[in-house]
Design a protein around this ligand. Structure first.
Ligand SMILES: [Zn+2]
Length: 313
Protein backbone atom coordinates (compact mmCIF):
# COMPACT_ATOMS: atom_id res chain seq x y z
CA UNK A 1 0.00 0.00 0.00
CA UNK A 2 1.05 3.59 -0.52
CA UNK A 3 2.23 5.35 2.64
CA UNK A 4 -0.19 5.74 5.51
CA UNK A 5 -3.86 6.47 5.10
CA UNK A 6 -5.16 9.79 6.31
CA UNK A 7 -8.52 9.72 8.07
CA UNK A 8 -9.85 12.84 6.32
CA UNK A 9 -9.28 11.20 2.92
CA UNK A 10 -10.93 7.90 3.78
CA UNK A 11 -14.46 8.80 2.68
CA UNK A 12 -13.25 10.04 -0.71
CA UNK A 13 -11.11 6.94 -1.16
CA UNK A 14 -14.05 4.73 -0.27
CA UNK A 15 -16.50 6.66 -2.41
CA UNK A 16 -14.29 6.51 -5.50
CA UNK A 17 -13.42 2.86 -4.80
CA UNK A 18 -17.11 1.96 -4.69
CA UNK A 19 -17.87 3.80 -7.91
CA UNK A 20 -15.03 1.92 -9.54
CA UNK A 21 -16.27 -1.45 -8.31
CA UNK A 22 -19.75 -0.63 -9.57
CA UNK A 23 -18.30 0.20 -12.98
CA UNK A 24 -19.47 3.81 -12.94
CA UNK A 25 -16.26 5.66 -12.17
CA UNK A 26 -15.57 8.67 -14.37
CA UNK A 27 -12.35 8.38 -16.37
CA UNK A 28 -11.11 11.84 -15.47
CA UNK A 29 -10.94 12.68 -11.76
CA UNK A 30 -9.82 15.96 -10.29
CA UNK A 31 -8.89 16.06 -6.61
CA UNK A 32 -9.20 19.61 -5.34
CA UNK A 33 -7.66 20.32 -1.93
CA UNK A 34 -5.46 22.85 -0.23
CA UNK A 35 -1.75 22.35 0.24
CA UNK A 36 -0.90 19.95 3.07
CA UNK A 37 -3.97 17.73 2.76
CA UNK A 38 -2.28 14.66 1.25
CA UNK A 39 -3.68 14.89 -2.28
CA UNK A 40 -0.76 13.10 -3.87
CA UNK A 41 -1.00 10.25 -1.36
CA UNK A 42 -4.69 9.96 -2.15
CA UNK A 43 -4.24 9.76 -5.91
CA UNK A 44 -1.43 7.23 -5.52
CA UNK A 45 -3.68 5.06 -3.38
CA UNK A 46 -6.44 5.39 -5.95
CA UNK A 47 -4.04 4.60 -8.78
CA UNK A 48 -2.87 1.46 -7.01
CA UNK A 49 -6.47 0.42 -6.50
CA UNK A 50 -7.35 0.99 -10.16
CA UNK A 51 -4.36 -1.13 -11.18
CA UNK A 52 -4.85 -3.87 -8.56
CA UNK A 53 -6.17 -7.14 -9.99
CA UNK A 54 -7.73 -8.49 -6.78
CA UNK A 55 -11.06 -6.71 -7.28
CA UNK A 56 -11.40 -5.62 -3.65
CA UNK A 57 -12.67 -2.32 -2.28
CA UNK A 58 -9.09 -1.04 -2.12
CA UNK A 59 -5.67 -2.13 -3.38
CA UNK A 60 -4.80 -5.58 -2.01
CA UNK A 61 -1.07 -4.93 -1.68
CA UNK A 62 -0.40 -8.58 -2.61
CA UNK A 63 -1.00 -9.06 -6.32
CA UNK A 64 1.67 -8.72 -8.98
CA UNK A 65 0.30 -5.34 -9.99
CA UNK A 66 0.44 -4.03 -6.41
CA UNK A 67 4.01 -5.25 -6.05
CA UNK A 68 5.08 -3.54 -9.26
CA UNK A 69 3.31 -0.40 -8.12
CA UNK A 70 5.01 -0.41 -4.71
CA UNK A 71 8.38 -0.85 -6.38
CA UNK A 72 7.65 2.09 -8.67
CA UNK A 73 7.84 -0.19 -11.71
CA UNK A 74 4.26 -0.52 -12.89
CA UNK A 75 4.35 -0.32 -16.70
CA UNK A 76 0.77 0.97 -16.97
CA UNK A 77 1.19 3.82 -14.54
CA UNK A 78 2.62 7.25 -15.17
CA UNK A 79 3.04 9.93 -12.53
CA UNK A 80 3.73 13.51 -13.53
CA UNK A 81 4.74 15.28 -10.35
CA UNK A 82 7.43 17.83 -9.67
CA UNK A 83 6.48 20.01 -6.74
CA UNK A 84 9.47 22.29 -7.24
CA UNK A 85 8.69 23.05 -10.88
CA UNK A 86 6.82 26.20 -11.81
CA UNK A 87 4.88 24.52 -14.56
CA UNK A 88 3.83 21.21 -16.07
CA UNK A 89 5.03 21.41 -19.65
CA UNK A 90 3.68 20.07 -22.90
CA UNK A 91 6.43 17.44 -23.27
CA UNK A 92 5.34 15.56 -20.15
CA UNK A 93 1.72 15.62 -21.31
CA UNK A 94 2.68 14.44 -24.81
CA UNK A 95 4.47 11.47 -23.22
CA UNK A 96 1.27 10.69 -21.33
CA UNK A 97 -0.87 11.00 -24.46
CA UNK A 98 1.49 8.73 -26.43
CA UNK A 99 1.43 6.11 -23.68
CA UNK A 100 -2.36 6.22 -23.50
CA UNK A 101 -2.57 5.38 -27.19
CA UNK A 102 -0.91 2.01 -26.60
CA UNK A 103 -2.62 -0.93 -24.97
CA UNK A 104 -1.82 -1.58 -21.33
CA UNK A 105 1.10 -3.92 -20.89
CA UNK A 106 -0.42 -6.03 -18.13
CA UNK A 107 -3.83 -6.15 -19.77
CA UNK A 108 -5.57 -4.16 -17.04
CA UNK A 109 -6.15 -0.45 -16.59
CA UNK A 110 -3.76 2.35 -17.41
CA UNK A 111 -3.55 5.11 -14.83
CA UNK A 112 -2.05 8.54 -15.34
CA UNK A 113 -1.58 11.05 -12.55
CA UNK A 114 -0.99 14.74 -13.12
CA UNK A 115 -0.11 16.35 -9.81
CA UNK A 116 -0.65 20.10 -9.44
CA UNK A 117 -2.52 20.12 -12.73
CA UNK A 118 -3.25 23.86 -12.45
CA UNK A 119 0.43 24.33 -13.30
CA UNK A 120 -0.09 22.91 -16.79
CA UNK A 121 0.87 25.41 -19.45
CA UNK A 122 -1.89 26.25 -21.89
CA UNK A 123 -0.33 24.06 -24.57
CA UNK A 124 0.04 21.21 -22.06
CA UNK A 125 -3.63 21.53 -21.10
CA UNK A 126 -4.68 21.61 -24.74
CA UNK A 127 -2.56 18.56 -25.50
CA UNK A 128 -4.40 16.70 -22.75
CA UNK A 129 -7.92 17.59 -23.85
CA UNK A 130 -8.52 14.87 -26.39
CA UNK A 131 -7.29 12.10 -24.07
CA UNK A 132 -9.46 13.49 -21.32
CA UNK A 133 -12.46 13.71 -23.61
CA UNK A 134 -12.22 10.31 -25.22
CA UNK A 135 -10.20 8.07 -22.93
CA UNK A 136 -10.26 4.41 -23.80
CA UNK A 137 -12.35 2.33 -21.44
CA UNK A 138 -9.34 1.16 -19.43
CA UNK A 139 -7.69 4.54 -18.99
CA UNK A 140 -8.01 6.72 -15.90
CA UNK A 141 -6.62 10.21 -15.49
CA UNK A 142 -6.21 11.44 -11.93
CA UNK A 143 -5.48 15.13 -11.54
CA UNK A 144 -4.76 17.09 -8.38
CA UNK A 145 -5.00 20.81 -7.83
CA UNK A 146 -4.91 23.44 -5.13
CA UNK A 147 -6.46 25.96 -7.47
CA UNK A 148 -9.44 24.98 -9.60
CA UNK A 149 -9.76 28.56 -10.85
CA UNK A 150 -6.41 28.22 -12.65
CA UNK A 151 -7.61 25.29 -14.74
CA UNK A 152 -9.13 25.73 -18.17
CA UNK A 153 -12.92 25.32 -18.20
CA UNK A 154 -12.45 22.70 -20.92
CA UNK A 155 -10.39 20.60 -18.47
CA UNK A 156 -12.84 21.11 -15.61
CA UNK A 157 -15.85 20.15 -17.68
CA UNK A 158 -14.24 16.83 -18.56
CA UNK A 159 -13.45 15.83 -14.98
CA UNK A 160 -15.41 14.62 -12.03
CA UNK A 161 -14.29 16.98 -9.26
CA UNK A 162 -13.77 15.83 -5.68
CA UNK A 163 -13.30 18.64 -3.20
CA UNK A 164 -11.46 17.62 -0.04
CA UNK A 165 -12.44 19.79 2.89
CA UNK A 166 -10.41 20.35 6.03
CA UNK A 167 -11.28 17.98 8.86
CA UNK A 168 -12.36 19.34 12.24
CA UNK A 169 -9.92 19.11 15.11
CA UNK A 170 -12.28 16.71 16.79
CA UNK A 171 -12.21 14.38 13.79
CA UNK A 172 -8.42 14.45 13.85
CA UNK A 173 -8.08 13.52 17.52
CA UNK A 174 -7.70 9.73 17.18
CA UNK A 175 -5.10 10.23 14.45
CA UNK A 176 -3.19 12.74 16.56
CA UNK A 177 -3.37 10.55 19.64
CA UNK A 178 -1.96 7.61 17.68
CA UNK A 179 0.91 9.85 16.67
CA UNK A 180 1.30 11.07 20.25
CA UNK A 181 0.93 14.66 19.16
CA UNK A 182 -0.06 17.27 21.75
CA UNK A 183 -3.54 18.30 20.66
CA UNK A 184 -3.40 21.85 22.04
CA UNK A 185 -0.13 22.51 20.22
CA UNK A 186 -1.54 20.98 17.07
CA UNK A 187 -4.64 23.18 17.32
CA UNK A 188 -2.45 26.30 17.19
CA UNK A 189 -0.37 25.12 14.24
CA UNK A 190 -3.48 23.83 12.47
CA UNK A 191 -5.19 27.18 12.75
CA UNK A 192 -2.09 29.08 11.63
CA UNK A 193 -1.62 26.80 8.62
CA UNK A 194 -5.15 27.32 7.34
CA UNK A 195 -6.23 23.86 8.53
CA UNK A 196 -3.75 21.80 6.57
CA UNK A 197 -3.09 18.76 8.78
CA UNK A 198 0.20 17.66 7.21
CA UNK A 199 1.64 21.18 7.22
CA UNK A 200 0.67 21.58 10.86
CA UNK A 201 2.46 18.34 11.76
CA UNK A 202 5.55 19.47 9.89
CA UNK A 203 5.56 22.74 11.79
CA UNK A 204 5.29 21.02 15.15
CA UNK A 205 8.26 18.83 14.29
CA UNK A 206 10.13 22.04 13.59
CA UNK A 207 9.68 23.49 17.09
CA UNK A 208 6.89 25.80 15.96
CA UNK A 209 5.21 26.35 19.32
CA UNK A 210 8.28 27.60 21.17
CA UNK A 211 9.32 29.83 18.26
CA UNK A 212 5.84 31.30 18.17
CA UNK A 213 5.78 31.84 21.92
CA UNK A 214 9.21 33.50 21.91
CA UNK A 215 8.08 35.84 19.13
CA UNK A 216 4.84 36.73 20.90
CA UNK A 217 6.65 37.43 24.18
CA UNK A 218 9.02 39.78 22.44
CA UNK A 219 6.29 41.42 20.38
CA UNK A 220 4.37 42.12 23.57
CA UNK A 221 7.42 43.95 24.87
CA UNK A 222 7.66 45.87 21.60
CA UNK A 223 4.05 46.97 22.00
CA UNK A 224 4.63 48.07 25.57
CA UNK A 225 7.71 50.00 24.48
CA UNK A 226 10.20 47.85 26.39
CA UNK A 227 11.92 46.70 23.22
CA UNK A 228 12.67 48.96 20.27
CA UNK A 229 10.54 47.92 17.27
CA UNK A 230 13.38 48.70 14.88
CA UNK A 231 15.76 46.35 16.66
CA UNK A 232 13.02 43.76 16.73
CA UNK A 233 12.69 44.08 12.94
CA UNK A 234 16.40 43.71 12.26
CA UNK A 235 16.44 40.27 13.88
CA UNK A 236 13.77 38.90 11.53
CA UNK A 237 14.44 35.62 9.73
CA UNK A 238 13.32 35.90 6.14
CA UNK A 239 11.95 32.36 6.01
CA UNK A 240 9.69 33.05 8.99
CA UNK A 241 8.22 36.36 7.81
CA UNK A 242 4.88 34.89 6.79
CA UNK A 243 4.48 33.54 10.32
CA UNK A 244 5.45 36.85 11.94
CA UNK A 245 2.50 38.48 10.20
CA UNK A 246 0.09 35.81 11.39
CA UNK A 247 1.38 35.99 14.96
CA UNK A 248 1.35 39.80 15.04
CA UNK A 249 -2.25 39.88 13.87
CA UNK A 250 -3.24 37.29 16.43
CA UNK A 251 -1.60 39.31 19.22
CA UNK A 252 -3.18 42.56 18.05
CA UNK A 253 -6.55 40.92 17.61
CA UNK A 254 -6.43 39.58 21.13
CA UNK A 255 -5.41 42.99 22.47
CA UNK A 256 -8.21 44.62 20.50
CA UNK A 257 -10.75 42.24 21.97
CA UNK A 258 -9.56 42.92 25.51
CA UNK A 259 -9.66 46.69 24.96
CA UNK A 260 -13.02 46.64 23.18
CA UNK A 261 -14.56 44.80 26.11
CA UNK A 262 -13.52 47.68 28.37
CA UNK A 263 -15.21 50.30 26.20
CA UNK A 264 -18.12 51.00 28.50
CA UNK A 265 -15.91 51.66 31.49
CA UNK A 266 -15.49 55.23 32.71
CA UNK A 267 -12.32 56.96 31.56
CA UNK A 268 -11.79 54.50 28.71
CA UNK A 269 -8.83 55.44 26.54
CA UNK A 270 -10.20 55.48 22.99
CA UNK A 271 -6.87 56.59 21.57
CA UNK A 272 -5.37 53.25 22.51
CA UNK A 273 -8.12 51.40 20.66
CA UNK A 274 -7.40 53.41 17.51
CA UNK A 275 -3.70 52.76 17.95
CA UNK A 276 -4.28 49.00 17.95
CA UNK A 277 -6.46 49.32 14.85
CA UNK A 278 -3.76 51.36 13.12
CA UNK A 279 -1.16 48.74 13.96
CA UNK A 280 -3.40 45.96 12.74
CA UNK A 281 -4.00 47.77 9.47
CA UNK A 282 -0.26 48.36 9.06
CA UNK A 283 0.48 44.65 9.57
CA UNK A 284 -2.23 43.68 7.10
CA UNK A 285 -0.94 46.10 4.45
CA UNK A 286 2.64 44.91 4.90
CA UNK A 287 1.55 41.28 4.69
CA UNK A 288 -0.25 41.97 1.41
CA UNK A 289 2.81 43.72 0.00
CA UNK A 290 4.94 40.74 0.96
CA UNK A 291 2.80 38.54 -1.24
CA UNK A 292 3.67 40.60 -4.33
CA UNK A 293 6.49 39.57 -6.61
CA UNK A 294 9.59 41.73 -6.78
CA UNK A 295 9.19 43.01 -3.22
CA UNK A 296 12.19 42.99 -0.89
CA UNK A 297 10.35 41.06 1.79
CA UNK A 298 12.72 41.64 4.67
CA UNK A 299 12.98 45.36 3.97
CA UNK A 300 9.21 45.55 3.72
CA UNK A 301 8.91 43.84 7.09
CA UNK A 302 11.45 46.18 8.64
CA UNK A 303 9.48 49.13 7.32
CA UNK A 304 6.50 47.71 9.15
CA UNK A 305 8.54 47.58 12.35
CA UNK A 306 9.55 51.20 11.74
CA UNK A 307 5.88 52.07 11.42
CA UNK A 308 5.11 50.20 14.63
CA UNK A 309 7.82 52.22 16.38
CA UNK A 310 6.20 55.45 15.13
CA UNK A 311 2.65 54.51 16.08
CA UNK A 312 3.93 53.36 19.44
CA UNK A 313 5.51 56.72 20.30
ZN1 LIG B 1 -3.42 -5.77 -5.64
Amino acid sequence: MVNETYPWLESTLLNIGQQYQQGRLHHGLLIDANHGMGKLTLVKQLAQHLLCTAGQDRACGQCKSCHLFSQGNHPDYLLISDREANSVGVDAIRELVAKSQHKSQLGGNQVFVIDQSHKMTESAANALLKTLEEPNSQTYLLLTTTSVSHLLPTILSRCQIYKITAPTLQALQPWLQAKQVNIDDFAIAYQDMGQAPLCALELLADDYISQRQAFLNEFKQVLSGKICAMEFGVKAEETSLSFYYIWMMQALNKWLQVKSAQRQKAGFNHAQLYKIMDLYQAVLTSQKQNGLTGVNKKLNYQQLCHKIAQVNK
